[in-house]
Design a protein around this ligand. Structure first.
Ligand code: C5P
Length: 409
């Protein structure tokens, strides 16, 4: 699947300073490149003692800059060129020393000079010993830097020096995901969206399950488009064969009750919930510890019990998002059934598909109608991504207003 990322074709100056977390910066350089960014690494002299410039050159395909006096740069002003070129200056790892330089506008080397000269987006991922991190001067520098740059991390845990505490550089994936979300200024910027996708699998015994034909493609397409429009997206998916989408927070689950728990753990502060998952309505009442044997066990004896309706529980939760949107895959009386679901599940809209021919499950194309309590709108048939774009073109203005049911002022 094509990955559309904020980083696509963006110019990133990745500043690497001298700490053991430099090894994580290698992963980060790779991850940014994987998302389509053009990465120019600038290292401090101390950083070159931890990881060689050659490593970053191999990972980014660009010669690493270390010296402020670069005779190759236009008019000998490499720092200004780099500052103008960059869409983002990201310093990761950022040591206490570099934090102090950046916070105080000091510019003794290339990286701090680029930082001072750059008017673009800026971010740091601090990494240092816990006592250095907690030092009042570091905390004062952090406060100054937070006003002009995004600060990602640090994490807590066991440190390279043997201490346990705060100061570990955040993981490369977390840094990239955080930036992906916060730097995107699309129409859904600042909005939080939770989407369920795929089937659920309800175990019968250690090797068998009840499931369905959902591929997860619709939910994944919705998640990708919402992310591209600037939303912070959590995608809670049953077992599918689809790649993790760039910038999307993916939670993998297996059963309906796992999905229910995952959904409710993420619901606080969510603006929009879309239930695109084909949740199994029933599960075996008890799961056999041993594989059922055809000779011994009468399979007609498998008792079923009803699964909780996740979207209904979301729509009736104290944390109810402004918009709760369901899907209705029907084989007949599509709009009537969709309208019924809208009411019984307390939804704001239902996206109705006709699956009579079975031609939508697993396909890249779809046809759907979005059903509100007072109107319907047939969507132009297309790929699941195109239909997702139409869906968000309809939903985004409703979110901007608050809820659809809110009176207009
Ligand atoms: O009732 P039905 O399963 O046809 O409704 C489909 C809609 O309800 C979808 O949005 C689906 O994600 C959601 N659903 C749910 N939990 C269930 C069953 C369905 O969230 N247990």
């Amino acid at each position: 699947m094509t990955q559309i990322s904020w980083f696509q074709n963006k110019h990133i100056v990745l500043g690497v300073t001298g700490g053991i977390a430099c090894y994580k910066a290698c992963e980060l350089a790779r991850e940014l490149g994987r998302r389509g960014a053009i990465v120019q690494v600038v290292m401090t002299k101390a950083a070159t003692a931890f990881v060689s410039a050659l490593t970053f050159q191999a990972l980014t395909g660009r010669e690493v800059k270390v010296s402020i006096l670069d005779p190759e740069a236009e008019a000998g002003m490499g720092h200004i060129e780099l500052a103008r070129w960059a869409d983002l200056v990201l310093v990761a790892p950022c040591t206490a020393n570099t934090m102090a330089l950046l916070a105080q506008g000091q510019a003794p080397d290339l990286l701090s000079t680029v930082w001072a000269a750059a008017a673009c987006e800026k971010a740091i991922a601090p990494a240092m010993n816990q006592h250095m991190w907690e030092h009042p001067e570091t905390q004062a520098n952090l406060e100054r830097l937070s006003a002009k740059a995004q600060v990602i991390g640090p994490d807590s845990g066991i440190q390279a020096c043997g201490d346990v505490g705060s100061g570990r550089m955040s993981a490369a994936l977390e840094i990239a995901n955080t930036l992906e979300t916060t730097l995107n200024h699309g129409p859904l910027a600042g909005r939080r969206v939770v989407i369920t996708a795929g089937p659920t699998q309800e175990p019968v015994d250690p090797v068998r399950y009840l499931g369905n034909r959902s591929s997860g493609k619709m939910g994944f397409a919705l998640a990708e488009v919402a992310n591209r429009l600037g939303a912070a997206v959590t995608l809670i998916t049953g077992p599918v064969h689809l790649e993790t989408l760039a910038g999307v927070n993916r939670i993998d689950v297996e059963t309906a009750s796992d999905m229910h728990a995952a959904v409710h753990s993420t619901l606080k502060g969510v603006d929009l919930f879309i239930g695109a998952a084909a949740v199994c309505d029933f599960r075996p009442a008890s799961v056999s510890k041993q594989k059922l044997k055809k000779s011994k066990d009468d399979l007609s004896q498998i008792m079923l019990t009803e699964n909780i309706d996740i979207i209904h529980s979301v729509a009736n939760s104290p944390n109810r998002p402004s918009l709760v949107i369901g899907f209705a895959a029907e084989t007949e009386l599509v709009l009537e059934h969709a309208r019924q679901k809208l009411t019984t599940k307390s939804l704001d809209a239902v996206i109705a598909n006709c699956v009579a021919s079975g031609e939508i499950f697993g396909q890249n194309e779809t046809e759907a109608t979005i059903v509100f309590s007072d109107s319907d709108q047939k969507l132009v048939p297309g790929t699941k991504s195109e239909v997702s774009q139409e869906i968000f073109a309809i939903l985004s203005p409703l979110l901007a207003k608050g809820t659809r049911n809110e009176p207009e002022i």
